[in-house]
Design a protein around this ligand. Structure first.
Ligand SMILES: [Fe+2]
Ligand SMILES: [Fe+2]
Length: 342
């Protein structure tokens, strides 16, 4: 996507500047000639040459010329300044409008992407709320890592929060019999399950090939492809080691793991925060990046409160009620709009 942050500006082009300068000169010369003719006629009518003297007449004419140049120059300077101010105001408005349009376009794109990711997530979680929690965990970890990683700024954090929702988008390509199997997967089934990383990356690369290079999509590809890689090289699909795994994927790997372990699934019960923290700490330097585990240990309170705050929504009865409320609200809004239009 093109860099839209570059400021748009209307300026005088060199050719316009030359034309303007020439125009000013011609205008001043015309005013001077006309002024001289008028003054000359007036002088000849009022005074005789002997009365005024040739030197004084010359000085008088030079003074008139100087006044004409100064006055017309001043008028043109003020006029061009006013024109420039008007241009600057128009530029500012234009920039604001472009920024508004770009933001509106990005919000729509982000909402659609999150919706698609959520659709994929519904297949193996009860609620699809997994992605919302992952986004919250990722924000906390990324924020804690900021002092050590200069590339992490607010834009980067916003990007990873949304891109994290794409981590399991490839699960749409995995059969239900494997994705929803309550027991252990066989080696063959596991091999198929592991394909979701490649399927997700391939899906996003297809979008990238249409859209062109884009920081958000690129990060989404890295996360989808590498979120099951391990720091010690024992992950999949490529067995990448350490910092060869992108920082974004390393962060999402931890958030995904924490959320999977602390959530109830059809095939397992949820584990508590303390127990999960101990488990994660035991995987420092093997499964997970030590820096990220250190950041996680600093953010225990935030992780636990996100987990407990969002746990209620995992109760399927409450979730169905919530879905019903959302659907009912939408139907009411549509009915109101139709009534207003009628
Ligand atoms: Fe995954
Ligand atoms: Fe996940």
């Amino acid at each position: 996507m093109k860099d839209t942050s570059k400021k748009l500006e209307w300026q005088f082009r060199p050719r316009d500047r030359r034309s303007l300068f020439l125009g000013v000169l011609i205008f001043q010369a015309a005013v001077l000639v006309a002024g001289e003719l008028l003054v000359d006629t007036w002088i000849r009518r009022e005074f005789s040459l002997s009365q005024l003297g040739a030197d004084r007449l010359f000085v008088f004419r030079i003074s008139i010329a100087f006044c004409v140049f100064t006055l017309t120059g001043l008028i043109l300077f003020l006029a061009s300044k006013r024109y420039r101010d008007a241009l600057e105001d128009a530029n500012e408005e234009l920039n604001k409008e472009v920024t508004r349009q770009v933001r509106a376009g990005l919000s729509k794109r982000n909402a659609l992407i999150f919706g698609l990711a959520k659709l994929a997530d519904y297949r193996d979680t009860d609620t699809g709320a997994h992605l919302e929690r992952i986004g919250l965990y990722v924000r906390v970890i990324a924020d804690a890592l900021r002092p050590k990683y200069p590339e992490i700024d607010m834009k980067w954090i916003d990007r990873i929060v949304l891109a994290s929702s794409l981590h399991d988008i490839g699960k749409v390509g995995i059969p239900d019999s494997i994705l929803l199997k309550p027991g252990q997967l066989t080696p063959d089934e596991r091999a198929i399950m592991e394909k979701h990383a490649l399927i997700g990356a391939d899906t996003l690369l297809a979008i990238r090939s249409k859209l062109g290079s884009d920081e958000f999509i690129d990060m989404g590809v890295e996360i989808a492809l590498q979120h099951h890689e391990r720091w010690d090289g024992n992950g999949y699909p490529f067995g990448l080691v350490g910092q060869d795994i992108s920082l974004a994927a390393r962060i999402v790997a931890l958030a995904d793991f924490y959320d999977a372990v602390t959530s109830k699934r059809v095939y397992k019960e949820a584990m508590g925060h303390e127990e999960t923290s101990d488990l994660i700490y035991s995987l420092r330097g093997t499964h997970f990046d030590p820096d990220i585990i250190d950041a996680f240990m600093e953010c225990q309170f935030e992780f636990n409160s996100i987990r407990s705050h969002n746990q209620e929504q995992d109760e399927s009865v409450l979730k169905i009620l919530h879905l019903e409320n959302v659907a009912r609200q939408f139907i009411d809004e549509q009915a109101n709009l139709r009534n207003l239009a009628a």
